[in-house]
Design a protein around this ligand. Sequence first.
Ligand code: MN
Ligand code: MN
Length: 324
Amino acid sequence: MADENAFLPRSSMDLPRFAGAMTFMKLPLVEPGDPCLAEVEIGIVGVPFDGGTSNRPGARHGPRALREASGMIRMVNQASGIRPFHEARCADLGDCPVNPVSLDDSLEKIEGFYKDLAGRGVRPLTAGGDHLISLPVLRGIVGDRAPVGMVHFDAHTDLYDAYYGGYRYTHGTPFRRACEEGLLDPRRIVQIGIRGTAYDGADVEWGRANGVRIVMIEELADRGVDAVMAEARSIVGDAPTYVSFDIDGLDPSMAPGTGTPEIGGFTTREAQRMVRHLAGLDLVGADLVEVSPPFDQGGLTAWTGANIMFELLCVLAAVAAPHR
Ligand code: MN
Ligand code: MN
């Protein structure tokens, strides 16, 4: 058993928040092979891959920008009262190996990395990467077990069947594949923030025909965050659930650095409130994807994304606590 302070971020009263090497929130770096990995309950993982992008690329640079921005975040969530680093043993596990010139090889590498974490009982909080990475992450976490539910924040359903003449692995298709592969139960998926123009509407049609609850942004605006999240909680229930947060769910005025922006999105304040509603669910992991630093303005999107990751960490940690 490591020292009880071994899994805390380095104190900002010791080294200022803007200084020093930057892991996620200055957590200890615990890479593969480190014996401390056996004690980690929540692992932050970067997946620097954007080979599934259909439009503007750059999300491969997301993990580094998110870590850099995260250094400014403090340890206590004043809204929820959650102190994640006192609820669960957390560490930054570094970046998952990927192959920038092979999508197929990257899918295999990512799945293998997460399968190993799942076998060790580590619950991952992932920094993408484009949204295709959620598929191999789910393959690794869920494997042959029963399909899990998902709360999914996004401007897009990512439920299309294929792009570019039948190619089935893109950032617009991961959750169609995950349903087909028995990783996700479509009747326990809630998608929030969907909007914008569509190719043909086949994604929404397929989702609704298979029981996915799709909350368009107009419905979110009409009914409000609290009502929609109460419904989301009732749909995923007490069973294992994954959380996937595409930064383009936010309005591009607050998150411009992303590959597929859509106007009319939810605000950062609404995003924080929605994620806080997830506390107490049986969460098996979470991701924050599609931050593309080359399109960012003054680091705004990375800053927003890092703060949403902190909110996700808080609800993951709130789940971890009862098991200790
Ligand atoms: Mn997406
Ligand atoms: Mn999206």
